[in-house]
Design a binder for this molecule. Sequence first.
Ligand code: ADP
Ligand code: MG
Ligand code: MG
Length: 251
Amino acid sequence: MLNINNLQAKIAEKQILKGLNLEIKAGEVHAIMGPNGSGKSTLASVLAGREEYEVTGGDVTFEGKDLLELAPEERAGEGIFLAFQYPIEIPGVSNATFMKTAVNEIRKYKGKEELDAVSFLKLMKSKAAEMELDSSLLTRALNEGFSGGEKKKNEIFQMAMLEPKLAILDETDSGLDIDALKIVANGVNRFKSKDNAVIVVTHYQRLLDYIVPDFVHVLYQGRIVKSGTKELALELEAKGYDWIKEEVAAQ
Ligand code: ADP
Ligand code: MG
Ligand code: MG
């Protein structure tokens, strides 16, 4: 599904990604961990096509297409979703209205007709129930006055509504209490299928007790320096990152 080959990217004249390789197949969940400032959010942003980041080398293909050639909205249309893509508060625009626009933009991209109000409402209600989103959040202005946990749950709801092929969750677990964490994890697990893939960026092994990854990668100094299974996350939890840094320094 996704093939990242020797990806290099910079922001504000600072080289962040320095030759990153990653391959993701449909049906897989990949966790990306690593010390602060390693480039995890940069990777997520580059995949989503954020304009501030300049790709300086390498290539990325998504379902055989050159992803780097596509505008951010085309990438969304192709099925890439980045949680935190829509963290903005929009006073006066309800969450529901915002989602209707987003869903119909993607349908239009795929050549499907727009959902009418009744079909949209039906879809929204079923997804909100599935993702355990309090329905009062649907009628409120987008993100306005949402608690941290509500924003995160809403991101998972947005993901469910947009049905992406590749969902990228960048620290969707940060600041969540254990109940909210479980709701977010349940949402991701319900979303998961053999046809889609998930990248979970996280600092905490705890989330991976609930969303069990097929692969765990360590991103350090702009590269993936170690990959393993879920046991690697446990090892990182127990030992920290110093041993990884030493391994890299010895290379
Ligand atoms: P991570 O998500 O792994 O913590 P990031 O990708 O957010 O790391 O950041 C990688 C590096 O890029 C950090 O050193 C950070 O300070 C730098 N960086 C990120 N955004 C900017 C920016 N807008 N301007 C300058 N440097 C940035
Ligand atoms: Mg960070
Ligand atoms: Mg980050």
